[in-house]
Design a protein around this ligand. Structure first.
Ligand SMILES: [Zn+2]
Length: 226
């Protein structure tokens, strides 16, 4: 859902001036993506928009975030910790040194495309999120192609990514991670009107029903993927 009052304004900081993104990038809609005030781009504003409707859900959740970008605030959660490469809890997503069920929600935005074995990373995040926990994954850019292309190495010419995800991302990861379920939540960036998808994974389908219930009420596009 788009808040009509926020079109042309950054929904995170209220800024109204925008510039090009990383490496001179324009949004898929041709608009300028980067807020000149808070540096947010499309995906940050979409995450902020989605999570602004999840505050009640988050209040009793323990969250772990990989590579935080400052959008999620620790006061939204019962507990919040993060892993930042080389700085704090520098965890390997394919081998997370935490017990089963240490958190309720594991969040990563634009991390999994840098990981050699993404299904193993998802399985690890699901393990840390426990039997009823939820794993949030965003990656570039499943709305732009149908099928994931994985070239099998961190390509320096492609921002060290192992793959470009397609619209099959959630289904493909679930197929390779037995016992997992997935729902995709489509958000529209209020500034550029570009879409993006947050995939929520869980071992427990009821947990996906709970996290999407407030979003469905707000008319976000929620699609059961697997
Ligand atoms: Zn901003």
């Amino acid at each position: 859902m788009i808040d009509q009052n926020s079109i042309g304004r950054c929904n995170i900081c209220g800024g109204t001036e925008f510039g090009k993104g990383f490496q001179g990038r324009l949004s898929s809609t041709g608009r300028l993506p980067a807020c000149l005030t808070c540096k947010a781009t499309e995906r940050h504003r979409i995450v902020f928009s989605v999570y602004s409707h999840l505050r009640g859900y988050l209040r009793d959740k323990r969250a772990l975030q990989f590579a935080p970008e400052g959008v999620l605030k620790k006061e939204w959660f019962k507990e919040y910790d993060y892993s930042a490469y080389g700085r704090h809890n520098s965890y390997d997503m394919m081998n997370i040194p935490l017990p089963d069920g240490a958190f309720d929600l594991v969040v990563s935005n634009h991390v999994i495309e840098h990981v050699a074995d993404d299904a193993r990373a998802l399985a690890e995040c699901l393990r840390v999120a426990g039997k009823s926990g939820v794993v949030h994954v965003m990656a570039p850019s499943p709305t732009y192609r149908y099928t994931t292309e994985d070239w099998g190495f961190a390509d320096p010419a492609r921002n060290e990514h192992y793959r470009d995800y397609g619209a099959d991302m959630g289904r493909d990861l679930c197929r390779r991670t037995p016992g997992s379920h997935c729902v995709g939540v489509v958000g529209i960036d209020p500034t550029t009107l570009a879409p993006d998808i947050i995939f929520f994974f869980s071992r427990n389908e009821e947990s996906l029903r709970q996290i999407t219930a407030p979003l469905i009420r707000q008319q976000f596009g929620c699609v059961v993927v697997a």
